[in-house]
Design a protein around this ligand. Structure first.
Ligand code: ADP
Length: 535
């Protein structure tokens, strides 16, 4: 610290802050960054594929998550290192763009870094490596286009879509029930899809879960669910062609806003008051009946008297429905939210083909299903499962499957999974390397080796010998000129992923390669790391 004076004679203090910062430069910076990235990838490597392991993560407040979804694992890992954060971002962008392949993309990036490290050791300049990787990624992406296959699906033949979603679910905890979940995901996506524009608005698919029941009880509801029940146990549990009054006004006599006092000193006075109150209720119920409502959904509660009257007058009602849900019901049923009884008119009623109450188990747990709504194609996937962790993981898995189905509707090209696409690209990139005379060819070859990491990880995770299995499959691909050969993780007896129905979307795979290359290039180009010192 030193005292100095500026040109006007004012004193200021010089702090030797710069020296307190730790700094890594040149090759040291690159090596440190590469090893940080590799460390993150190593964590995810064992989670890849149908035989991949799950991770258990505990949050600071004690919540436990068990998952095998790459994006979720990284999200919850709370990493400190900046490069590790880049890997987290990488997985997140794959999740955002594609929704699936979040583990694969990180493993791929880790493997590219590993190869880059070797090249750095050999004295190749990081920029040349980055350029070589860029060229190689373009070759790989073009090759994927070449080996991709189109598949046609019709509304009557959903099998290809279901099969592809099943590949995604293979590696998840829920794979016991993958066929059913894949079918649900495909049906949900098709219900909200705009097939002419080839797009799907996934916001229209609500994924809800409730602890209890079995995973097999998971169902697709063509409508919405509300976690409420009828206000009186004797009200009907099933209403067909319901006309719904959606109210934000309470079923109770109006209360003056100012302080008031009512003196009741005789029985007559009490009786009159009571009668008047009752008349209020009566008028309200009558108003609802007059406009033709067959169900009242109310934001507020009402007391037992009103409840009894509603039951008596045969007007089923639901109370304490939250604002958000109310809005959702209004949108789905094409109704309007009514803030005052006087404003209730027949046009403001929402319409639904069926409203039913469903009870769960032996408990008092009941839910309301509002189905076949007038205005909306919105659907709900209602997940059941033994515990909260299972339900959360199922939600994540269903999300992946929904994304895959959406991607296929956007672009119906597929490549074969189980590492087949990566091996095919690796062969193509390796062959192309000879055409490049410069130093880049080393990087291009290294890229080809990095692509092999995916099938190797799949083999390793399935208990196979990684190098032997990979070389055998690669050899088979070259010999038979068949880009469909991959790793037989489940020991089915054939390497042909076409026979095993293991597909992945073309855009998902391309995105994986592009994103991983982009991040690795970015890491390689950093040659100076300045960070605040420890204290
Ligand atoms: P991600 O989060 O990247 O989707 P997963 O753990 O879901 O990672 O693993 C996906 C990988 O597993 C893909 O490469 C896919 O091709 C492969 N895979 C899925 N099912 C099978 C299978 N039955 N046989 C071989 N490979 C499979």
């Amino acid at each position: 610290m030193a005292l100095a004076f500026d040109e006007f004679g004012r004193p200021f203090i010089l702090l030797r802050q710069q020296e307190e910062k730790s700094r890594l430069r040149g090759l040291d910076a690159q090596k440190a960054n590469v090893s940080a990235g590799k460390a993150v990838a190593r964590i995810l490597r064992t989670s890849l594929g149908p035989k991949g392991m799950d991770k258990m993560l505990q949050s600071p407040d004690g919540d436990v998550t068990i998952t095998n979804d790459g994006a979720t694992i990284l999200e919850q890992m709370d990493v400190d290192n900046q490069i590790a954060k880049l890997m987290v971002e990488l997985s997140r962008s794959q999740d955002y763009e594609i929704g699936d392949g979040t583990t694969g993309v990180v493993v791929m990036a880790g493997s590219l870094l590993e190869q880059a490290e070797k090249l750095l050791e050999r004295g190749i300049h990081p920029i040349r490596i980055a350029e070589g990787y860029e060229m190689a990624s373009r070759i790989a992406v073009e090759h994927l286009e070449r080996i991709a296959q189109k598949f046609e699906f019709g509304l009557n033949d959903l099998e290809p879509l279901v099969q592809t979603c099943m590949t995604t679910l293979n590696s998840k905890m829920v794979n016991r029930c993958k066929r059913r979940l894949a079918e649900i995901a495909v049906k949900a996506v098709l219900a909200v899809a705009d097939l002419e524009r080839k797009d799907v608005n996934l916001d229209l698919i609500k994924v809800e879960g409730k602890v209890g029941g079995r995973l097999e009880d998971t169902e697709l509801i063509y409508g919405i669910t509300v976690d409420k029940d009828m206000s009186h146990p004797q009200m009907p549990k099933r209403i067909e062609n319901a006309k719904i009054a959606i109210l934000t006004c309470p079923f109770e006599p109006p209360k003056p806003k100012t302080k008031h006092k009512v003196d009741i000193d005789t029985v007559e006075k009490f009786q009159t008051l009571r009668q008047q109150e009752q008349k209020y209720f009566d008028d309200m119920v009558q108003k609802c009946k007059d406009v033709g409502a067959t169900l009242v959904i109310c934001q507020w509660g009402f007391d037992d008297e009103a409840n009894h009257l509603l039951m008596h007058r045969n007007l089923p009602a639901v109370r304490w429905v939250g604002g958000v849900e109310l809005e959702l019901i209004a949108i789905a049923t094409g109704g309007r939210i009514v803030p005052r009884f006087q404003e209730l008119t027949p046009e403001k009623l929402g319409k639904a083909g069926l409203v039913r109450e469903k009870s769960f188990g032996t408990t008092q747990d009941r839910m309301l299903y509002i189905e076949h709504c007038a205005n909306s194609r919105a659907v709900t996937i209602f997940i059941r499962g033994g515990n909260k962790m299972m339900i959360e993981e199922t939600k994540r898995s269903i999300h992946d499957a929904l994304c895959v189905a959406r991607n296929l509707i956007r672009n119906n090209s597929i490549v074969y999974g189980g590492g087949a696409a990566e091996i095919a690209c690796s062969i193509a990139v390796d062959a192309a390397a000879d055409r490049y005379p410069g130093v880049e060819q080393y990087a291009i070859r290294a890229f080809a080796d990095a692509l092999d990491a995916i099938p190797m990880a799949l083999a390793e995770n399935s208990g196979l010998q990684p190098i032997e299995t990979l070389s055998a499959v690669k050899n088979q691909q070259i010999r038979e000129n068949n880009p469909n050969c991959g790793i037989d993780c489940n020991d089915v007896g054939t390497n042909d992923m076409r026979e095993q129905n293991v597909f992945e979307t073309l855009i998902g795979k391309q995105q994986q390669i592009l994103l991983a290359t982009q991040v690795v290039k970015m890491i390689l180009k950093i040659d100076d790391v300045i960070s605040p010192s420890e204290y």
